[in-house]
Design a protein around this ligand. Structure first.
Ligand SMILES: C[S@@+](CC[C@H](N)C(=O)[O-])C[C@H]1O[C@@H](n2cnc3c(N)ncnc32)[C@H](O)[C@@H]1O
Length: 221
C-alpha cells in the first residue's frame, strides 16, 4: 500500500469521502508531482483511472514512474499542462489540488468553472488543500457556487494543514470574515486538533490585527 504523509493521508480521506456520494470514476490530481495520491486512490478502488497533471515535465515523469511501478500503466494518464487545461471534466470525476498556493488554486479553478457546463460540475467532487491564502480560496469557492461540504485539519511535522471537500451547486453565497478565515465547517467542529488549530490562528490574527482592519473587525465581533 502506498504510504502517504499525514497531510496527504488527510487529502486521501476526503477523496474517499467524496467518492461515497458519486458513482465510479476518475481522480484528477492537479500538480501531482510524485503521483503518490493517485497510486493510493487506485490501490484502494477510490478511482478507476488516475489523471495526473503537472506544469513541469520532471514531476510529471515522477508521477508516470510511480504509477507504472505500482502496476497501473493502463489505468493512468499523465499530462504536462497548466491546471486541467486540455482535459475535459466527466461526471463522477474527483478533482484534487493539494500542496499549492491559494492564488494558483483560484486561477486553476477559475478556468475549470468557466470551461465546464454546470450539469457536469454538479456531478463531480472537489478536494482542495492550499498551503496559503486559504481565506481567499474559501471566498472564491463561495462566490462561485461551490459548497464546502466538509473540512478537516491535520498536523504534519509541526505544521497545520486544512483540507476541504467541495460540491458545486451553482448558487453563490457569502461567508462572514470569521468563516472565511476559520472555515464554516471547521467552526462547527469541537475535536481537540481543531481547537488547537484555532488557538494557533488566534495567536497569528492577534498580531495581524494591528495592520489589517478586516481581521481587527473579526476579532471584535
Ligand atoms: C508542492 S507540489 C505538491 C504535490 C502534491 N500535490 C502534494 O500535495 O504532495 C506542487 C506541484 O504542483 C505543480 N504545479 C504548480 N502549479 C501548477 C499548475 N498551475 N498546474 C499544474 N501543476 C502545477 C508543481 O510543478 C509541483 O509538482
Amino acid at each position: 500500500m502506498q504510504q502517504l504523509s499525514v497531510r496527504l493521508e488527510s487529502v486521501f480521506e476526503l477523496v474517499r469521502e467524496s467518492r461515497t456520494s458519486l458513482g465510479r470514476g476518475r481522480v484528477i490530481d492537479i500538480g501531482s508531482d510524485h503521483g503518490f495520491l493517485s497510486v493510493r486512490c487506485l490501490e484502494e478502488g477510490v478511482s478507476d483511472h488516475a489523471v495526473c497533471t503537472d506544469i513541469h515535465e520532471a514531476p510529471a515523469q515522477k508521477s508516470r514512474s510511480s504509477l507504472i511501478m505500482a502496476g497501473f500503466k493502463d489505468k493512468c494518464t499523465v499530462k504536462v499542462t497548466d491546471g486541467m487545461d486540455g482535459i475535459e471534466l466527466q461526471p463522477n470525476d474527483i478533482v484534487v489540488t493539494a500542496g499549492m498556493g491559494g492564488l494558483n488554486i483560484i486561477d486553476i479553478f477559475t478556468r475549470i468553472t468557466d470551461n465546464t457546463e454546470d450539469k457536469i460540475l454538479k456531478d463531480c467532487g472537489f478536494v482542495v488543500q492550499s498551503q496559503k491564502s486559504t481565506h481567499l480560496v474559501r471566498r472564491f469557492f463561495a462566490k462561485n457556487g461551490y459548497r464546502i461540504a466538509d473540512e478537516t485539519v491535520c498536523k504534519d511535522r509541526g505544521f497545520f494543514y486544512n483540507v476541504m471537500r467541495l460540491e458545486y451547486t451553482g448558487s453563490p453565497y457569502e461567508l462572514s470574515v470569521r468563516q472565511s478565515y476559520y472555515g464554516p465547517c471547521l467552526l462547527t467542529k469541537e475535536d481537540e486538533l481543531t481547537k488547537e488549530y484555532f488557538a494557533h490562528l488566534d495567536e497569528i490574527f492577534a498580531v495581524r490585527a494591528r495592520g489589517d482592519e478586516d481581521i481587527r473587525k473579526m476579532l471584535e465581533e
